[in-house]
Design a binder for this molecule. Sequence first.
Ligand code: HEM
Ligand SMILES: [Ca+2]
Ligand SMILES: [Ca+2]
Length: 297
Amino acid sequence: QLSTKFYSKSCPKVLSTVESVVKSAVSKEKRMGASLVRLFFHDCFVNGCDGSILLDDTSSFTGEKTAAPNNNSVRGFNVVDDIKAKVEKACPGVVSCADILALAARDSVVILGGPGWDVKLGRRDSKTASFSAANSGVIPPPTATLSQLINRFQARGLSAKDMVALSGAHTIGKARCVLFRGRIYNETNIDSSFAKARQSNCPRTSGSGDNNLAPLDVATPDSFDLKYFNNLLNKKGLLHSDQILFNGGSTDSLVKKYSSNTKKFYSDFVTAMIKMGNITPLTGSNGEIRKNCRKPN
Ligand code: HEM
Ligand SMILES: [Ca+2]
Ligand SMILES: [Ca+2]
């Protein structure tokens, strides 16, 4: 059972240490806050919040970093290393990499103007990772239908409401052209001037400009707020999987509600982040406390 006080005796400085490293990383690059939030999501969905996503490949082991949803996409590993090094100095062998991800995600949201919450701690680190689980079937792709999105979250114990609230994390951060090209050229539920603007930096031809970036939230890309949901009402969702949340289906009413009610969005987002953070953690004597987040001890 996770607890907010897990390190209060063994490493009282962990909270302030994580916060200060995240603060300095985000002040250098706002996007890093978004990247750290996403890292936590992609860790928790694949075999639970166990730091599995942080393991590097070796000559005899392929981890999760090169799986399709992560490859050339997830980032922030150096910031996690930096946090881990400082935490190890303060309390060697005590704090897990999985808990560092949970704290860094929360701190990122707060620093970018979003809600705060008490993070439950006590997760331990996996000794392995799963390329196959990360590569297919667990993390939804941006081309997903609404029922696929709902099903993939349900498979992790998260409701449709949790899914919509968590999608609100796309109020920060960026995405690559290759992942929204189909939407801006082929879809009809898109604002035409928005589509044009995005097309200007994302060529139609596949293979050209694939890695060009655009903000997930056209209005306030560096602030954690409800503008993401406003964009959806205006057909300015960047990804297919964003706009599908407001496209005449069962989640329309929730999107509408969040678009005008910051309090409701924040409280549902926090509830869902805590739920996501509880996905099958390793506790007790399972797993280990890695010394280096990139490799098992
Ligand atoms: C609902 C299903 C979801 C889909 C289909 C999805 C898909 C994506 C895609 C395709 C990107 C861009 C990746 C790239 O360009 O390489 C992205 C970025 C991002 N996602 Fe999601 N996502 C989903 C849910 C979530 C959740 C639950 C969170 C966190 C709670 C989240 C947080 C983020 C953030 C913060 C970014 C920007 C990262 C950065 O700028 O480095 N997403 N997502
Ligand atoms: Ca994991
Ligand atoms: Ca925003």
